[in-house]
Design a protein around this ligand. Sequence first.
Ligand code: 13P
Length: 251
Amino acid sequence: MRRKIIVGNWKMNLDGKSVENLITGLVSRLGEFKHLDVGVAPPFVYLPMAVCLAKEKSLAIAAQNCYPESRGAFTGEISPPMLADIGVDMCIVGHSERRRYFNESNEFIARKVRTLIDNNIKPILCVGEKLEERDAGETLEVVGDQVRKCLSEVGSDEVGEVVLAYEPVWAIGTGRNATPEQAEEVHRFIRGIIGDMYGEDVSSEMRIMYGGSVKPDNAYDLIAKDEIDGALVGGASLALEQFVGIISKVL
Ligand code: 13P
């Protein structure tokens, strides 16, 4: 049985006081949700405070990005050893916003995944097709290529550290979520690729979250699907009651 996981991606939102309030509120509610993993990804500058507030609680703290080198002349960047140093548990990589606005390639993302694993930080690897790719019938080809390339530097004994997130670009921030059936089809396909790359035992353990306009009122139908192991939540993770509303749909 794969343990379900819900992660809030706060993107470039909130301020220090609201990060503090949200994490304190979440931590006080987590006792009700011991049967799943819950995490949040605050902006970099709030990570030390977030780690401190979540310390020894069952809330995982994720970064939203990293640079794929340990140190050096990369002005403005943050390395996986730095994230490990302050106690960050996970790191989102391959998000479509980074692919789009910062031209990140699968090869560059693969190096991030590698460096994160080397520093004992769990990568949350996002993949997903654009609307025009879905309309052209290229969804599986695009997503398959992303999964294979982004995991190309990871061996079968360590890929268990990775959590995947299928986020169709057309569903992010649009209010138009993939139907549970559309998501399940892609999740099953991704699990098949993991099986080809690493074998059945590994693929049956691999957690694959869905992301894209997940809200309290559609979360149950998505997460109840066999192939959907949780959710990566953007907008609805910024308000405590909405986020808890989603978490509470995981039975
Ligand atoms: P929304 O939930 O706001 O659609 O964002 C999804 C997302 O991008 C999570 O990483």
